[in-house]
Design a protein around this ligand. Structure first.
Ligand code: FDA
Length: 389
């Protein structure tokens, strides 16, 4: 059976690509449902894009690569699409847009779009073999127990990254890219919680507070959450994409830089109180208790010189921690690295050395921040390949 285009992966990027590639396109997925990551994303409401998308919100060995696709299919284009389908949405915070109802509406919309464009969707279909063929490519696919031999002119790699293998993530796009000599960049888990030895933060599990998390490469002002295994929350997930094994991170527990002035003022009226009592008005009390294990917080406020208060506040603004690792692909929202963008056209996503071969979405070395940026990349890169095909 010949198809003009076969897209591997009925996720965000693959279905978007099919909606533009149109008739003569087949989308294959080994899962029993399309768009499973869309369905579970954003706590079931899918943070489908962001009001403020810029190339600076993406990590890649080539930071310029994402510009063309993002400029040609913007967040406004996607908002227009979902509005056409009557899907209600709202901004939660920091420009992040979510469905009012359910993420399933986005999946249903993409399936409807690809079908109305004339594309076909096969689920429960595992790719057994891919080869070069006179027409372009040949594939052997096990579709619900039956071996199907397919040929196509264009093959689109859209099977995503390695994150959450339990949900069916595989390295198929990487394997096929390698088979056709496209270079790969090392992959690692991104947007993922940090772990620490000996359940260091277990006594604080569940405590959350605003923070600034930084390292030499990046800094994020967002919430920090202590967990049984370590640190999580938006600030941590964001920084994890910029972190390398063995490095320190800096946690600023006073991102608004208010502690020093507040404590100084309190010293005049509440001088007999202990530091930890005053700090517990400004930070979660369990955290103050925990910090008291290493900082002299049982001293009286009146006994603190300005210098002593400065030193204390400086410690709280630069709490150095060394994660032992991350939770890895088991819980990571994304995979960093992947198919090297130098091997692809930034306009069409087609491989420079293998005409007819395309790579889109998370399989490519373009990774967004937390906040709807990864879906926007999936929509934009899927659109770029779809219109080019
Ligand atoms: P995606 O993973 O969506 O799709 C790949 C498809 O390929 C899947 O359907 C899979 O079954 C299929 N496949 C894999 N291997 C195959 C094989 N061997 N044979 C056949 N098919 C195969 N992003 C964001 O912007 N906002 C958000 O709210 C969230 N939330 C979120 C929550 C969680 C828990 C996770 C894990 C991730 C997110 N993300 C996110 C990230 C976002 O889900 C991700 O970046 C996109 O889904 C990537 O789209 P792709 O189409 O590239 O891959």
């Amino acid at each position: 059976m010949f198809y003009q285009t076969i897209i591997l992966g009925a996720g965000a990027a693959g279905m978007m690509c099919a909606a533009y590639a149109g008739a003569g396109t087949l989308v294959l997925d080994h899962a029993k449902n399309p768009g499973e990551k869309i369905r579970i994303s954003g706590g079931g409401r899918c943070n489908f894009t962001n009001l403020d998308v810029t190339p600076e919100n993406y990590l890649s060995a080539n930071p310029h690569f994402c510009k063309s696709a993002l400029a040609r299919y913007t967040q406004w284009d996607f908002i227009e699409l979902i509005s056409k389908h009557g899907i209600a949405w709202h901004e939660k915070t920091l420009g992040q847009l979510f469905c009012d109802g359910s993420a399933k509406q986005i999946v249903a919309m993409l399936v409807a779009e690809l079908k109305s464009a004339g594309a076909e969707l096969w689920l429960n279909s595992a790719v057994a073999k891919v080869d070069t063929h006179d027409t372009g490519f040949s594939l052997e696919v096990m579709q619900e127990g039956t071996l199907r031999k397919l040929t196509c002119a264009n093959l689109v790699l859209a099977t995503g990254g390695k994150s959450i293998p339990k949900m069916g993530a595989t390295g198929l796009s990487y394997d096929i890219a390698q088979q056709f000599d496209l270079p790969l960049l090392p992959t690692r888990a991104g947007l993922v919680p940090f772990t620490f030895d000996q359940e260091r933060f277990k006594p604080l599990a569940g405590t959350a507070l605003p923070s600034r998390l930084s390292n030499a490469r990046a800094s994020f002002d967002e919430a920090l959450l202590f967990t049984h295994r370590g640190l999580s929350g938006p600030a941590v997930l964001q920084l994890s994409s910029y972190w390398r094994e063995g490095e320190d991170i800096s946690v600023n527990l006073d991102p608004e830089n208010q502690l020093f002035n507040t404590l100084r003022k309190q010293r005049q009226t509440e001088g007999r109180r202990q530091l930890n009592t005053e700090l517990a008005h400004l930070l979660p009390s369990r955290l103050v208790e925990f910090l008291g294990q290493t900082l002299p917080l049982t001293q009286r406020l009146a006994d603190q010189s300005d210098d002593a208060l400065q030193t204390l506040c400086a410690n709280l603004r630069d709490w150095r921690l060394k994660p032992s690792g991350t939770e890895g692909y088991r819980t990571a929202e994304v995979t960093l690295g992947g198919i090297d963008t130098n091997a692809l056209s930034s306009k069409t996503m087609e491989a420079k050395t293998k005409p007819g071969l395309y790579a889109i979405g998370e399989a490519v070395d373009v990774t967004g921040w937390l906040g709807g940026y990864n879906f926007q990349w999936a929509w934009a890169s899927g659109h770029a390949a779809g219109v080019a095909i």
